[in-house]
Design a protein around this ligand. Sequence first.
Ligand code: OVV
Length: 418
Amino acid sequence: MTTTGTVHSATEAAGAQGVNGGAHLRIPGLDVDPFAISFFEDPHPTHEVLREAGPVVHLDKWNVYAVARYAEVHAVLNDPQTFCSSRGVGLSDFAKEKPWRPPSLILEADPPAHTRTRAVLNKVLSPAVMKQIRDRFAAAAEAKVDELLAKGSFDAVTDLAEAYPLSVFPDAVGLKQEGREHLLPYAGLVFNAFGPPNELRQNAIERSAPHQAYVQEQCQRDNLAPGGFGACIHARVDSGDITAAEAPMLVRSLLSAGIDTTVNGLGAAIYCLARYPEEFARLRSDPSLARNAFEEAVRYESPVQTFFRTTTKDVEISGYHVGEGEKILMFLGAANRDPRRWVDPERYDITRKTSGHVGFGSGIHMCVGQLVARLEGEVMLAALSRKVASIQITGEVKRRFNNTLRGLDSLPITLTPA
Ligand code: OVV
């Protein structure tokens, strides 16, 4: 594959044309593989190719349609009747292939089933709950920054981006100490599994048994400490909102989506502030910008790069016909840098009006844990802004490769105290 891919004759895109032979526009077929290591190394030039090729493209390698412009990504996210989640939000179509694990009751569900489970997690992760946990999360961020300042030089991925969420989120869920080393491998597996059957996905699934066993066990009511998010989910069985069988599955959603996402969100923010010291200086001069600096990092790096939907009927997308039962790949990261929507999209600007970015998705499935993510991001960046004078990259930056998550494997930095 070439770095940027090539647009070729659309007739090669199997099924890319309207079945009725009507006056539909031709969907360009591309030979881009957005799940190849070479793509992950630098996706942005190819994101531009995808956006410029048309409002909808066909990716011949995986036989899927794709949208990379902001308008179409936003439109697909906001029409869940036409673009469903219940056939899976990865490449695999649950109507044709057995899912690798029982489908998520929230992520991989459509209304009306989705509405009830979503309401439960909305309440468990509500603004009122954030108010209860905020001081604990902030104190842990301050303690982490003090500890890292004492070290001076460390790896911002393992020692900060991973260590901080692992120091607060599993406790907030109510997990026991033992076995927590399974959490990141399990999440890595979940996000790799949304991708195509490439080496990343197949290797992850091959090694998945111990991580799946751990998660399944920790989701049971008896294994979740009182007062935590997990116990709060199980309490909704007593109020009749969900069944006893559904509760562990919703806890599973927190363990699937609650850690590696914030790890990569925090990693993105640290990487941005390290690369753009002028923005870190602005943050230091006004720590109240911490929350927006985190939000802008989520736009800029888009830790969750992609999700799929499946068409439930023949549909027209910006004049292009797509048939029923087709997978549509949404490039959240490309939408978040679409120059049609963003001024100077390649600039990390902590005072940007970030609202409308699709790094947390949009519409009925928009990240149910977004308040926890923002809380972690805000309190960590606020602590850094008050305690740290400079962030220097002092070693080789290594990228981590995952079919869905964008982030680093290693980011050696040195902090100077304020
Ligand atoms: C958003 C997301 C990612 C991965 C897993 C899940 C959700 C889930 O509900 O299990």
